[in-house]
Design a protein around this ligand. Structure first.
Ligand SMILES: [Zn+2]
Length: 417
């Protein structure tokens, strides 16, 4: 519902494509645009906001202010936040006005970033300290970071002549790797069925997402929802640029959902870095990287273009890992990092049942820059067959101490500690 009290220029209210948008409400703890440092010891009210240059929420304006500075808008929004509705504002740079909103970009499908002349900056009230993760194990609060690399063939990693992937290589070196998680079989090797299987631990005949049709609901619980069933205060976050990932394939109870702009992995990365900067980050995060798949002219592990996309996403992952270890409390936490892919490919496509299309990747570790933690699993697990049902959901449930009653089973080498 649009609450515009004061009309904006028409262009400001045009419908926008969600894929073209980027939600900065959470995402952008983003260093897109550093805020000015406070001049004196009293912090500027702007310190409570993250600014995204040349962007605004289209519509949803609850209060309009004229003749104001950004600081005055921030002060007004903070005052109103105590009445618990103002969470963002858009500032009219040329005319010193602002619109206060009770919506975050995530609530309305993202920010609009293509206004003619770029008259607005968006300011999102920074989230608070977050909600403490209720899942505490012997090695600290237990979190899971799931890194989904669409279309990454399992045999495209860690081989002579394969892409050079320092981040993924380090994760595997301190953890475990499976180079041939079996996608497909009873279902196509399209993305929707694959992610559905990873997220639920069931094949598509059970979870219901038999194609990339975004109107198909998941008929089995998302693993993140299973966590919330047991721990209602656990918080779950999802970021991705594919509408299905933030649509029919997302957890029903997702607390934070960011739809980054298509192909813009940096925006997804910034969203995750933002979450990791919170005192209490989400209990579990799904971080979706699309570019290995959507740019693939070839899924051949030795194809230079395919490799370049893997290398690019690896660099994104490194940023997130750096953000993770920068947490002041990281050593007192235990993060299971799971890297999964939904399918491989052959030639320039996927969907069928060839060995290359069925070959998905898995990397998992609880010991990234945290060597004192007993390993969740270690080494090259490829020798033991691992169907896609077993790659993600059973490991997440097991690591968090939850019962796994899905159709999938964890790898036998994992979890023995
Ligand atoms: Zn895919």
């Amino acid at each position: 519902m649009t609450r515009t009290r004061f009309p904006r220029p028409l262009a400001h209210r045009l419908p926008v494509s969600s894929t073209a948008l980027f939600n900065a409400s959470i995402a952008a703890l983003i260093a897109m645009a550093p805020l000015p440092a406070p001049a004196q010891s009293a912090p500027s009210p702007l310190a409570s906001f993250t600014r995204t240059l040349n962007a605004a929420i289209s519509g949803y304006n609850r209060e309009h202010l004229n003749g104001v500075s950004p600081e005055a808008c921030a002060t007004a929004c903070l005052a109103d936040a105590r009445k618990s509705w103002c969470v963002s504002f858009d500032y009219y740079k040329a005319s010193q006005q602002c619109d206060l909103s009770d919506k975050r970009a995530a609530d309305v499908g993202g920010l609009k970033t293509d206004y003619a002349g770029n008259p607005y900056d968006h300011y999102a009230l920074n989230p608070g300290p977050g909600v403490p993760n209720p899942i505490v194990g012997p090695y600290g609060r237990r979190h899971v970071l799931v890194i989904g690399i669409d279309g990454l063939r399992g045999d495209a990693l860690f081989c002579a002549g394969c892409a050079t992937t320092p981040a993924l290589s380090q994760l595997a070196a301190v953890g475990a790797f499976h180079g041939n998680v079996l996608a497909g079989g009873s279902q196509s090797t399209y993305s929707g069925p694959g992610w559905g299987t990873l997220f639920t631990g069931y094949w598509a005949d059970q979870h219901g997402v038999t194609s990339n049709d975004a109107s198909l609901p998941l008929r089995k619980p998302h693993v993140f929802d299973r966590i919330k069933q047991v721990y209602p205060t656990a918080t779950v976050a999802v970021v991705g640029d594919w509408a299905n990932i933030t649509g029919n394939l997302k957890p029903a109870g997702a607390d934070f959902v960011v739809a980054n702009a298509a192909k813009n992995s940096q925006q997804a990365t910034d969203a995750v870095k933002g979450w990791l900067s919170w005192t209490n980050p989400p209990t579990v995060i799904f971080y979706y990287l699309h570019n290995v798949d959507i740019h693939a002219a070839s899924y051949d592990p030795y194809n230079a273009y395919y490799q370049s996309k893997i290398v690019g996403e690896d660099a994104q992952i490194q940023q997130v890992l750096d953000g993770l270890v920068a947490r002041p409390t990281y050593a007192q936490e235990e993060w299971l990092i799971v890297v999964v892919s939904d399918h491989g490919g052959t030639g320039s496509g996927h969907g069928g049942q060839s060995a290359g299309e069925r070959d998905a990747a898995l990397v998992l570790t609880n010991r990234y820059r945290n060597p004192t933690k007993p390993p969740y699993c270690q080494g090259d697990l490829t020798g033991t067959a691992l169907p896609q049902t077993g790659a993600l959901t059973p490991h997440v449930l097991d690591f968090l101490g939850l019962v796994n009653d899905t159709a999938g089973s964890k790898h036998p080498a994992c979890g023995a500690r």
